[in-house]
Design a protein around this ligand. Structure first.
Ligand SMILES: [Zn+2]
Length: 123
């Protein structure tokens, strides 16, 4: 992969990382920056039973969002680490280079299209 493409991907990753961290911060507290651990805040709408039901609903939604966002954040940080180490864009299954086209769309991909397809077919 050429340096220009890599730079573009890195910028995209940094941008995504910032937006995910912002989204997480809107409903969760960061508890461990090193491990990217967040804990969802329990929403406070009021003390009526309607409010309580809404709070529980919202909290459940937040927990699910927290889980997904934490995972994305982890993938992004791993990709950035790989860029720094110089082994970014290598498929973790076959060791070949992942297509730049794919990485530009999904910069946190860790598998090439062929391996991904094989995995999906196994399911
Ligand atoms: Zn592969």
């Amino acid at each position: 992969m050429d340096a220009k493409t890599l730079q573009k991907i890195k910028e995209e990753l940094v941008k995504r990382q910032a937006s995910i961290e912002k989204e997480l911060a809107s409903f969760a507290e960061k508890t461990d920056a090193e491990k990217n651990a967040y804990v969802s805040r329990f929403p406070e709408y009021g003390s009526e039973s309607d409010d309580n039901a809404q709070e529980v609903n919202q909290y459940t939604t937040n927990l699910e969002a927290e889980r997904i966002l934490e995972k994305s954040l982890k993938d992004i940080k791993n990709s950035l680490k790989k860029i720094d180490k110089g082994d970014y864009g290598i498929c973790k299954y076959c060791g070949k280079e992942i297509e730049a086209k794919r990485l530009l769309i999904r910069p946190d991909s860790s598998a090439c299209v062929a391996c991904k397809r094989k995995l999906q077919n196994q399911k």
